[in-house]
Design a binder for this molecule. Structure first.
Ligand SMILES: [Mn+2]
Length: 358
């Protein structure tokens, strides 16, 4: 049983709480107006001089039971909340975010009658050799990719290699070979571009441009592929947080290009059993954050070919819109990634295993 006197006083407190709430809400509206004007003028929201002036005035005006230190502490909290509000209002609406675009985006890539879709419920494969090494090797790889009903063919003409003395790719002749192999097999061709100076020539030969993990924070390159208007396969940087990865997509989107397919490809961790650690939860998290299609590159995540099937199944199960895998006619002699590319028999087995999930 509550004491009737306390009960009556509590009714007063409830009423005062509402008055404080109303005053706070009123204050928030004024603060938002100040924030908007500051944004307009290009000045910062945080003004320490103004805050200390307000605190001083409050201290002078305080004749109540709370000591000035308490009043100051309470108002500092209000100032902090107001600043947060101004900054939140100021935050540009991010184009990658589901807050600006709730439904899944569909990226359709086509050349003539050949077309492929990422997102919108489709499970789409990208396959091909790590590097374009010769016409013969590329034609053979294109043939097996086609045999499995895959439309998006990959092949690197510019290779980001750990050592400057490693095979650097064939460059433009490689692009020519890749485009020719794709054309002859009715495939679409995706190739990595590493340098802003090569974007135009890559866009000439490839149907989709890849920005690789090592260039994930090459902002000049991201802007340039954004301007190219070509669909982009955007790998996650191996040390990028999910937010950083999504912000790289924002660079491309900010240039007016929304044809982006994100690709989780493993991140660097302390684990040595795999070349990278496939971050499956990143796919689930990114799916909540962004409307862009997301695929998983199992080859580079694993760095070994004996676990590609379970990783691909996991990727599809967690909600990825497709899988990226490398296949080579003779991985043992491949000029790059010879530990993880599948040979043709391995690719047949791989595709048979994941086919029910596509
Ligand atoms: Mn590779």
């Amino acid at each position: 049983m509550t004491d009737p006197i306390i009960a009556a006083l509590r009714v007063d407190v409830d009423g005062i709480n509402l008055e404080i709430l109303q005053a706070l809400s009123k204050r928030a509206e004024v603060v938002k107006k100040i924030g908007a004007r500051q944004t307009e003028l290009g000045i910062t929201h945080f003004d320490p001089k103004r805050e200390s002036e307000m605190l001083e005035k409050l201290e002078k005006a305080n004749s109540g039971a709370f000591p000035s230190s308490t009043i100051k502490q309470l108002f500092k909290e209000i100032f902090k909340a107001s600043l947060d509000l101004e900054e939140r209002e100021d935050k540009p609406k991010l184009k990658y975010s589901r807050k600006t675009h709730a439904e899944d985006s569909i990226v359709t890539i086509s050349r003539g009658a050949v077309s492929v879709q990422f997102g919108g419920g489709a499970k789409t494969m990208i396959a091909g050799p790590c590097s374009i090494e010769s016409l013969e090797q590329t034609m053979q790889a294109a043939e097996i990719v086609k045999k499995h009903g895959i439309t998006m063919f990959r092949g690197g003409a510019y290779k980001p290699r750990t050592s400057p003395y490693g095979f650097q790719g064939l460059g433009v002749p490689g692009l020519e070979i890749g485009a020719k192999a794709a054309k002859e097999h009715d495939l679409l061709f995706v190739a990595e571009v590493m340098d802003t100076r090569d974007v135009a020539v890559c866009a000439e030969y490839a149907d989709m441009l890849q920005v690789g993990t090592r260039n994930a924070q090459n902002f000049a390159l991201l802007r340039e592929v954004g301007r190219s208007g070509k669909p982009v396969l955007l790998k996650r940087g191996f040390s990028s947080t999910i937010e950083e990865w999504l912000l790289t997509a924002e660079y491309i989107l900010s240039e007016g290009n929304n044809q982006i397919v994100l690709c989780e490809r493993g991140i660097r961790t302390f684990e040595k059993a795999t070349r990278n650690t496939l971050d499956i939860s990143a796919v689930a998290v990114a799916k909540l954050e962004t409307h862009l299609p997301i695929i998983v590159d199992v080859t580079h995540a694993a760095g070994r070919r004996d676990i590609l099937i379970p990783l691909a199944k996991a990727a599809l199960a967690v909600g990825a819109d497709g899988v990226h895998v490398e296949v080579h006619p003779d991985p043992a002699t491949a000029l790059s990634d010879n530990q993880q590319q599948l040979d043709f028999a391995g690719f047949d087995t791989f595709m048979a295993a994941i086919r029910p999930m596509l």
